[in-house]
Write a new protein. Structure first.
Length: 401
């Protein structure tokens, strides 16, 4: 399995002739082809989790493919609306919905919300009353399994996302006349690559969710399963098979008896379309290890430091030299700035570029670009097989005050 097509490699080869800074490149042609089968079905309604990659042309590609949009902040909402997408196609999830933000969303015309706390319910109702509108509400649930029982999540960790079923039982839905309680939202897993495991996980959640809807006194019309569909980060991993997943989702829809099944996809939707091109500064030998120092690091792709999982890397230049283990380090003055251990050709040198793939999701905007005042990475897209620059590389003068 290769993470980089010959045609994208060709475009990158052409770009590095004129540009010596790190940059991202997103293949929108590949993205459109990947998305087409995702929406060509009537089992699950798909929203795009904008946090994965809020770039305008990425959002536009998702829009053309028939996705709706899940946003978690006013910034994400404004970016979606700026692409000409109607507010009726926007869903708001996220644990930090202040009264101010709720008001902004209602003014913009958003009417569908995932409520994550009792306060959010009350504030949504109040704001809806002020605007004289009805809102569609899903309650976000955090499930736990009793000690000793088979736990589908492998552990009961506490997160700020939603509330447990006991806490939700304090809700009296009759107190909120502006809110139509239509469903439940659950999402507490990530980057899953096994359809069987996902199917098992979802299946075990149905009974407690149905019980909660019954206790609260509303019909469970919509079940939102969030995101969490994984993508491979090593060649040893197999990608998910979409038709198999659809079968599993179809069973869940049937078992739960809901009218609509929803998911908000981030990583699975856009992860594979992105590559990060990183010039090599030097290689050195240290305590018997080969270290590679690169121009960009976690200032541009933070995820390896957060998850301890590297993005797959390869050398841009074709080389016949035998592969050797390299420890790749970015330019920041912290040992956290590690981009992983990779097998790369031994003749790699300071004129080379390393390409990190699968960075279309949680790349550019999930990073720490200001530390040490290096350049902000440029962003390019490939559309109709043409390369276009959507953000030039910026030096630190751009943001320093
Ligand atoms: C509420 C919600 N939905 C969907 C997603 C997207 O998840 P993924 O990228 O795993 O598809 C996220 C990511 O954090 C999320 O918070």
């Amino acid at each position: 399995m290769s993470f980089l097509s010959t045609s994208v490699r060709g475009h990158i080869n052409a770009l590095v002739q004129t540009q010596d800074h790190p940059f991202f490149i997103y293949d929108l042609d590949q993205l459109a082809a990947h998305l087409a089968p995702l929406t060509a079905q009537n089992v699950v309604k798909l929203w795009y989790a904008v946090k994965a990659n809020p770039l305008s042309s990425v959002i536009q590609t998702l829009d053309k493919a028939g996705f709706n949009f899940d946003v978690a902040s006013a910034g994400e909402l404004n970016q979606v609306l700026k692409q000409g997408i109607a507010a009726e196609r926007v869903l708001n999830t996220g644990p930090a919905k202040s009264k101010k933000q709720i008001n902004h969303f209602l003014e913009a015309g958003v009417r569908t919300f995932v409520a994550e706390s009792l306060n959010q319910v009350a504030w949504l109702n109040q704001a809806a009353q002020n605007h004289q509108v009805q809102l569609r509400i899903l309650l976000r649930v955090q499930l736990r399994w009793p000690e000793g029982e088979k736990n589908p999540l492998g552990g009961n960790s506490l997160t700020p996302f939603g509330l447990g079923t006991q806490q939700w039982q304090h809700l009296n839905i009759a107190d909120y006349p502006q809110l139509n309680f239509v469903g439940l939202h659950i999402f507490q897993w990530g980057n899953m690559l096994s359809t069987d495991k996902l199917a098992q996980l979802w299946s075990q959640m149905i009974a407690p969710l149905q019980a909660l809807a019954d206790q609260l006194g509303f019909a469970l019309e919509i079940l939102d399963l969030g995101g969490g569909l994984g993508i491979p980060y090593t060649t040893a991993q197999d990608p998910l098979n979409w038709p198999q997943l659809l079968d599993a989702l179809s069973n869940i829809k049937f078992e739960s008896g809901v009218n609509e099944l929803w998911m908000e996809l981030g990583r699975y939707a856009v992860g594979e379309c992105g590559h990060y091109v990183n010039p090599v500064v030097e290689q050195k030998e240290n305590f018997g290890y080969h270290q590679l120092i690169t121009a960009g690091g976690i200032n541009h792709i933070l995820r390896p430091a957060v998850t301890n999982q590297a993005f797959p890397a390869q050398l841009l230049r074709q080389s016949n030299a035998p592969a050797r283990e390299f420890l790749i380090h970015g330019p920041l003055c912290t040992a956290l700035d590690s981009l992983g251990t990779h097998q790369l050709p031994a003749d790699l040198n300071e004129n080379d570029h390393v390409i990190f793939s699968q960075v279309g999701a949680y790349g550019f905007t999930e990073s720490m670009p200001y530390f040490l005042c290096h350049e902000l990475a440029a962003e390019y897209v490939i559309e109709n097989n043409q390369v276009r620059c959507v953000r030039s590389c910026e030096t630190a003068d751009y943001y320093l005050r």
